[in-house]
Design a protein around this ligand. Structure first.
Ligand code: GUN
Ligand code: FE
Length: 431
């Protein structure tokens, strides 16, 4: 493919100008892939003579190609309760979320929603996500089956919940762990799929279940872990009441061995420096979910404090509390939260986070997140002139930095012209 090509080799930092060497940009670039992997990337005029004679060249010189976007925390089972009015976290879970997740007891419903969700992900250019299913093992089988059919790189897991939820969502303490073991043996490491052990959050698991989840991670360090941490003040009080022997929320997870380099903690809004330090020392990541934090009124994430502690961050939609599945919309909300904190997110930091940053913090950067030789061929083809207003504003931009910032503030799914994953065309915007 011949196009403008943008990728990151390292963290550009948070200053207005990216760190030297962090951005790799080809104004007239070429991207060559075969058998699902990138074979070469470079300037078109340099690369063209070295390309095999029998390949066809897709000319998209008016488009911008970037690595496929990554969403580090999203609930596919909550797609249809997005925009549920008027509640904060704990009431939102009881009134909207739990009743909705009960519907995934039916395999046919899970199968249908897995496809709806993946269609939407492709439409917004997100080629990899770490996904919460419901507590029904079937919901995981449905999701992985659909992802495998499309050749996608996806992480997912069955929610573990053995208390404080409706009966039809509640696991037997050890039964939930046995179900997870079955899913791990069926899916973890199959094709491009990975299993993420998924205790929902501290209030809905007993200590015995959290300990058993930690046991799964000890037995197989290649597994991921995803849960929620310190999102809402009412949640914090409840955790303190339920776990009086833990000095803070994070220690509840530490005591069960859940905090490691492949662990993702969604939110982490109400943390002190000591907790940030402990997360950083273990290499765990916090998923910043700006549109969700605004929607549920949870708070304004302190991204600078997290970065200053050296904490790994990821960026996520957190649908159905988030208000948009699109990575571009997540960047826009991230910028708005940053402004309210006096720490506006640059486009460099934003697009790095959405691609290489998320890949690194999820330990997937040996496979995805960059456009470079040997990487898996997941990328988006972006139309910077996709809508009248976007085109009008874009035509005033003088630099790549301005174009990227305009894209993250004004772009939407119309800007995603094509989505490719595993070297296969997954989506093309209709005319
Ligand atoms: N905490 C526990 N469960 C959830 C959930 O489903 N969404 C969000 N945003 N927070 C949670
Ligand atoms: Fe969540």
């Amino acid at each position: 493919m011949r196009a403008r090509i943008l990728s990151f080799d390292s963290d550009p930092g948070d200053a207005d100008s990216p760190r030297e060497g962090s951005v790799v940009y080809h104004q007239d670039g070429a991207l060559w892939w075969a058998n699902g992997r990138i074979q070469a990337v470079g300037d078109y005029t340099e690369l063209a003579p070295r390309l095999p004679a029998d390949i066809s060249i897709i000319d998209q010189r008016d488009k911008l190609v970037m690595p496929g976007f990554i969403d580090s925390h999203v609930h596919y089972v909550q797609l249809e309760i997005m925009a549920s009015y008027g509640r904060q976290l704990l009431d939102w879970l009881n009134e909207y979320t739990f009743p909705e997740e009960c519907r995934f007891a039916q395999f046919a419903h899970a199968e249908k929603m897995a496809d709806v969700f993946l269609d939407e992900l492709m439409r917004v250019g997100t080629t990899t996500a770490q996904v919460f299913c419901s507590s029904h093992p079937n919901s995981v089988d449905a999701f992985f089956t659909a992802a495998q059919r499309r050749g996608l790189c996806m992480l997912a897991g069955k929610v573990l919940m053995d208390r404080h939820a409706p009966d039809s969502l509640t696991d037997d303490t050890i039964g939930g762990i046995r179900d997870s073991e079955r899913l791990i043996s069926d899916w973890h490491g199959t094709d491009r799929l990975g299993y993420s052990v998924t205790p929902r959050f501290a209030p809905t698991s007993t200590r015995a279940q959290l300990d058993a989840a930690g046991g799964l991670l000890r037995n197989d360090p290649s597994l991921w872990l995803q849960t929620h941490l310190s999102e809402n003040l009412g949640e914090l009080d409840w955790v303190a009441e339920l776990f009086p022997d833990s000095r803070d929320y994070l220690e509840v997870y530490e005591q069960s061995g859940l905090v490691g380099p492949r662990s993702t903690f969604a939110h982490g809004i109400h943390l002190d420096d000591g907790m940030r330090q402990r997360l950083a020392e273990r290499g765990a990541n916090i998923a910043f979910c700006p549109s969700s934090n605004l929607f549920l009124g949870s708070g304004l994430f302190d991204r600078r404090a997290a970065r200053d502690t050296g904490l790994n961050l990821t960026l996520a939609s957190d649908i159905g509390a988030g208000t948009d599945l699109s990575g571009l919309a997540t960047l826009k909300a991230g910028y708005q939260v940053g402004q309210l904190r006096g720490q506006p997110l640059t486009a460099w930091a934003g697009f790095h986070a959405l691609t290489l940053g998320n890949a690194q913090s999820l330990s997937l950067d040996d496979r995805i997140g960059r456009l470079a030789h040997g990487m898996e061929a997941d990328f988006v083809v972006i139309d910077l002139f996709a809508s009248p207003l976007l085109a009008r504003r874009m035509s005033r931009c003088q630099t790549l930095a301005e174009e990227l910032f305009t894209l993250m503030m004004l772009g939407d799914d119309r800007a995603i012209y094509e989505t490719w994953a595993g070297g296969r065309l997954q989506h093309r915007r209709s005319a």
